[in-house]
Structure formats: C-alpha cells, structure tokens
Design a protein around this ligand. Structure first.
Ligand code: SF4
Length: 325
C-alpha cells in the first residue's frame, strides 16, 4: 500500500455515509493515518483557503444550506454514534499510528463537547488535534484538550508573529493574538507542537520575524506552499510569492526553525534547506502544477513538480528562478 492509500481522509459527511453503509471498519483496516475533517463554518477568511469562497459565493451558500439541512435532519445522536464508531475502529486497528481531528475551526462545532467525551475514551490511537488555532487560547478548552489520554501532537497555524499581520492574512481581528497566546501556553507542556505557516506573499514578507519568534520559544515551523483548488475565480495573484522572495526570506532566517517545507519548488528554497522539501499528493480538486519556459534549463527540473498555474499567471517567468548547474 503506498503512502497515499494508507491515509484515510474523511469529511464529516463521508463518515456518516460510510457508517450508515456499514463500511467504516473496512475503510479503517490497514490504514496508517486516519483524519476526520469537521465541516462546520469557520469565522476566518484566509486568502489561501477555498472555504471562504465556498461560503460566500452563491454555489457555496446553497451547499452550506444543504449541509445544514442534512445536519438538521440527522439526529445529533446518530452523528455522535458515527464518531463513536470511528473512534472504536481507530483504537482497535493496530495499523493506525495517527488519528487526526481537523476542520476549519472545530472549536465552533455544535457537537464539540460530545466529540471530546468520545476522544477521552481512546486508549491506544495516537491523537493529533489540528487546531483549533485560536480556540486553544482559551484555558478551559486547552486544559480539556491536554487531558485527552492519547493526545500526542497539537498542530496550529501561525502566518506572522506580528498579530496585526496575522489578522490581515486570515481576515479575523484578534486571531493573531489568540494563536500567540495558545503557542506560549503549549510550549511549556511536554507535547509535540507543530506550527504551520502558509507561504502566501504576506506571510513570506514576515517569515524571518515569524521564524525568529518561534525559534526563541523552542518551536519550529512546517512551511506549506499555497496550492489553490481548481476554482480560479477569487484567487488573487497577490497571494502568490515569487520563488526568489521565498528563497530570500529563508536565506535571511534561521534554518533550524524550519522542520519541513511542503509543495514548494526547489528554486524557492536555499540549497541548505532543500533536504527538507517534500512534494504534495496530486489531487483532482487542486489546480494542476505547471512549469515556466525557463524551467527547461533548470537542473532541478527532473525532480521538481512545478508551481501552481495561478502563480505563473501572477508573475510570468519571474515566478520561478531556474537553478544553474
Ligand atoms: S524547474 Fe522551474 S519551478 Fe522547478 S525549481 Fe526549476 S525553475 Fe523552479
């Protein structure tokens, strides 16, 4: 089984369908990683996320209505029973080395407390909480999360250590201060903390300061290239940094603060950090990657997946920096 096949990514609606169809145990069997993505609406409007577009456009509003209708007509009891069944299968399946709870902002999920009660019954499956990035600033919610018996890792998103810059990137006043508060509290606790930084142009401009802030607190960052979905409308060219800007920001930073870089081309990364690069899986939902004309003379071309077409449209040939032999 390849790495992709060994990962099961379930949206909440998939969970209900598979549970109702009696397929959940088979779906979990043999998986190394199981992720449940909770689909409640989020309060942020990150420029690099497709959710705000789905939420704000006509199609998105209709979909949200339908989802709300399905949730409304599906008893909470059934939704919790499906979650309960997932927890039981994941805990019993020895192959599962990571159980991830993620979502736009699942601290706002109406069944959050029920989910917590069931997560507290896990006995084996190592648990990762992906966020809630701002919610964990709340001492009561944080204490509840940290008390979960199999919690191994917490993953938060910080796009700039300057709270105002982070707020501007995620479109939510106060979000930056909340994430910094959560990180300050979590770093004193013996638990793995992973900090994600999405490499939008604004985040790249703030990257040296952000990495210095994390390094000073013994934390490291996972850097994620901005990879748009296939809906072109609404993706601003201003979102995408040029490869040379990412490279310059990283060259100016303490490389020890970077643990991994996902989805960026080699030309966006200084030579000393290229060993931390990894590709992302191809997805039918994601915009295809492409090459600039200049990529033909780049020595990294054979091992480079390319860059989003939106990035090329935004910057033309300047989007990339061919590497000389
Ligand atoms: S092939 Fe193109 S995108 Fe990839 S590293 Fe070289 S210049 Fe950059």
């Amino acid at each position: 089984m390849d790495a992709h096949a060994s990962h099961l990514h379930l949206r909440e609606r998939d969970l209900m369908a598979r549970w109702a169809g009696g397929r959940l145990a088979d779906d979990v069997a043999g998986r190394a990683r199981v992720e449940l993505y909770l689909e409640n609406a989020c309060a942020q409007s990150c420029g690099f996320c497709d959710q705000p577009r789905q939420r704000d456009g006509l199609e998105g509003r209709v979909r949200q209505r339908l989802r709300g209708l399905v949730a409304w007509t599906t008893p909470d009891r059934a939704r919790l029973d499906a979650f309960d069944a997932l927890c039981a299968h994941v805990d019993a399946e020895a192959s599962v080395g990571e159980f991830v709870l993620s979502g736009n902002d699942w601290a706002l999920h109406p069944l959050r407390d029920g989910f917590f009660a069931r997560l507290a019954t896990l006995r084996r499956a190592p648990l990762t909480l992906y966020g809630p990035s701002t919610g964990l600033a709340d001492p009561a919610l944080r204490a509840r999360a940290l008390a979960l018996p199999t919690l191994r890792r917490v993953q938060l998103s910080l796009h700039a250590s300057d709270p105002a810059a982070h707020d501007a990137i995620v479109g939510a006043p106060g979000a930056g201060r909340a994430v910094l508060t959560a990180l300050e509290a979590l770093r004193t606790i013996p638990i793995e903390v992973v900090v994600n930084v999405a490499l939008s142009a604004r985040a790249v401009a703030a990257l040296p300061a952000t990495l210095a802030w994390l390094r000073a607190r013994g934390l490291t960052a996972t850097l994620l290239a901005v990879l748009p979905d296939r809906r072109r409308a609404g993706w601003s060219g201003a979102l995408f940094p040029r490869a040379r800007d990412v490279c310059a920001a990283l060259a100016e930073s303490d490389g020890e603060a970077v643990n991994a870089i996902h989805g960026a081309p080699p030309c966006a990364v200084p030579p000393g950090l290229r060993g931390r690069l990894s590709h992302v899986w191809e997805s039918p939902h994601r915009e295809p990657l492409a090459y600039a004309a200049g990529c033909a003379r780049c020595v990294a071309r054979p091992r480079c997946p390319g860059v989003p077409a939106s990035q090329l449209r935004a910057h033309g040939e300047a989007a990339v920096t061919p590497i000389d032999g």
